[in-house]
Design a protein around this ligand. Structure first.
Ligand code: NPW
Ligand code: K
Length: 515
């Protein structure tokens, strides 16, 4: 029953889940969805315990709403199967919604031990093999406080000591749309989340990434009449059409020219990193154009062509403007030239700060979209905040909204970087990138991403696919390096570059295998 009904990377907002839920409930017997959710949760409990080699001995925390109903339903199923289960029930049972009250009755009838929430300390001190968080799901309205917040903090401490914690639908305290901890208070840090009907964006971006653990979707057999998803989780299938093997009858002119424009005095490294990334990601010819002193050549990669920014001819070249560009007059002149290019262009780092400081430059950027000249922006949250005229905390409080607002105002494809990078474009569903890890939180990795975007554009990838492909590969390369012990501490941006090349070639090879 669990995952088959939905494309595995579809994401639904709370509002959409509520619509789907209402439509399904209108033609199902009362309580059916909750019974399916409870049964799926019980299966997940057994699965986690089996994989951990532990017997099923579970403490379930049930809230006062339907999320608590799911927990009570799961408890009833497990108890009927002869497993050891206890429930800590929050709130007044007399005020439970109808389905949750029915689940409560079934749990009592099955012989489940149910304790009032005020017993939480004693119950958490009793050993168990798994904690289930059924406190709050998509109905959470306010920050966790009082005994609930204290209990959640204690669970997080126990969980950190390797007790698995399974969240039902959403880790309690997390906003399922934005991935933020509601009110900045506290939220359950789950090792696993089983989410119902469809996957939710808040499980994959912002704080959601650190709280949801391994996410599985239980579709609850709602197969028909599903609306199109609000967004998607990034996956190579979304840019598969661009993963084409190279024809033999080609030459360097077949794979495009890319210019990396930046490198003010003292910041040459940024442009070199971006250029090396473009080179390793397959651009036919790669130019590094410097606003500051121009190196004769790049010792490690003499195939890069080094030029002065004011002399480079941008005609028929994809431009990546920004790495180490600075904010002086020469940078502004270089950015103005890049904005006039009829070719696809990437704007990163200092180019974004310059755009934020000058309305006429921002207008020139938006005009590019009107002229069908694709632009791709790669801001981190602070750069996005400057471009949107808001504080970085506001951007982070709703990353999806911020990325979409920026894509609309810039008329461009945007990669809003950070945990669960968001790819947004005008009139397209948002995409959240699931790859990547904190190894990328080091100087230069953004330059590498910008160079990778430029190389894909130079090879003819449409801007949206280039953003999807670059974000996915950038994160995946870092994940692979960490898997081999290269990071997360101390991974360098330079080490990411050959790993990206490997990733791109592997993806193309996988796509090219003929049955
Ligand atoms: N309907 C169905 O058939 C299906 C529903 N499903 C499940 O239902 C979940 C949604 O259920 P829901 O709408 O009842 O909301 P839920 O997340 O339980 O929270 C609401 C309760 O919490 C309370 N409350 C909120 N914040 C609080 C706080 N900070 N501190 C304390 N209390 C707080 C709030 O109280 P109030 O605000 O009224 O005082 C209310 O009692 C969904 O995530 C999924 O798991 C699935 O089984 C599919 C079938
Ligand atoms: K929950």
């Amino acid at each position: 029953m669990t995952t088959s009904a939905l494309p595995s990377n579809a994401l639904y907002t709370i509002a959409r889940i509520r619509q789907i839920e209402q439509a399904a409930m209108s033609h199902l017997p009362p309580g059916s969805l909750m019974q399916r959710a409870g049964a799926a949760a019980a299966r997940e409990v057994r699965d986690i315990c089996r994989r951990a080699g532990r017997r099923v001995d579970v403490l379930l925390l049930a809230g006062s709403g339907n999320n608590g109903g799911d927990a009570l339903e799961a408890a009833a199923v497990l108890r009927r199967g002869g497993m050891r289960v206890r429930v800590l029930l929050h709130g007044d049972p007399a005020r439970q919604p109808r389905d949750a009250a029915a689940a409560h009755a079934r749990a009592l009838a099955a012989g489940v031990e149910i304790h009032p929430f005020s017993d939480w300390q004693a119950q958490l001190e009793r050993p168990c093999n798994l904690v289930v968080d059924g406190l709050f799901g998509i109905g959470l309205q306010r920050p966790l406080t009082g005994e609930i917040a204290e209990a959640v903090q204690t669970i997080n401490e126990i969980g950190a000591a390797r007790l698995p914690v399974l969240a039902l639908d959403v880790p309690s305290g997390i906003d399922a749309d934005t991935g933020t901890v509601v009110g900045g208070a506290v939220a359950v840090r789950a090792s696993h989340t089983i989410t119902f009907i469809g996957d939710k964006p808040g499980l994959h971006t912002a704080d959601g990434c650190d709280h949801a653990g391994e996410v599985r979707v239980a579709g609850l057999d709602i197969a028909s009449g599903l609306p199109p998803p609000d967004g998607m989780l990034n996956h190579p299938g979304l840019f598969a059409a661009c993963l084409r093997p190279r024809a033999r009858n080609t030459h360097k002119g077949s794979f495009g020219d890319v210019v990396l424009l930046g490198g003010a005095s003292g910041m040459a490294g940024a442009v070199v990193l971006a250029a090396r990334a473009a080179l390793h990601a397959g651009a036919g010819r790669t130019y590094a154009a410097f606003i500051g002193p121009v190196p004769v050549y790049d010792d490690a990669h003499p195939e890069l062509m080094c030029r002065a920014a004011h002399e480079i001819d941008l005609a028929r070249k994809v431009v990546v403007a920004g790495p180490g560009m600075g904010s002086g007059e020469a940078a502004r002149a270089a950015l103005t030239a890049a904005l006039k290019s009829p070719m696809p262009a990437v704007f990163d780092a200092d180019a974004l700060n310059l755009l934020a400081s000058d309305r006429s430059l921002m207008q020139a950027l938006a005009d590019r979209g009107n002229l069908q000249q694709p632009s791709l922006l790669t801001p981190h949250p602070l750069e996005a905040a400057r471009l949107l005229g808001m504080k970085v905390a506001e951007v982070q409080s709703d990353r999806l909204a911020a990325a979409r607002a920026l894509a609309e105002s810039a008329n461009a494809v945007v990669i809003l970087k950070g945990a669960g990078s968001i790819i947004a474009a005008p009139d397209r569903p948002f995409v959240i990138n699931p790859t990547g890890n904190p190894a990328l939180a080091t100087g230069g990795t953004g330059d590498v991403l910008a160079g990778l975007c430029g190389a894909l554009l130079a090879q003819g990838w449409p801007a949206h696919e280039a953003a999807l492909g670059a974000a996915w590969m950038h994160g995946h390369a870092a994940d692979e390096l960490v898997r081999k012990g290269v990071g997360p501490i101390g991974l360098t941006a330079s080490e990411l570059i050959p790993a990206l090349r490997l990733c791109l070639n592997q993806l193309v090879a996988e796509r090219s295998v003929r049955p």
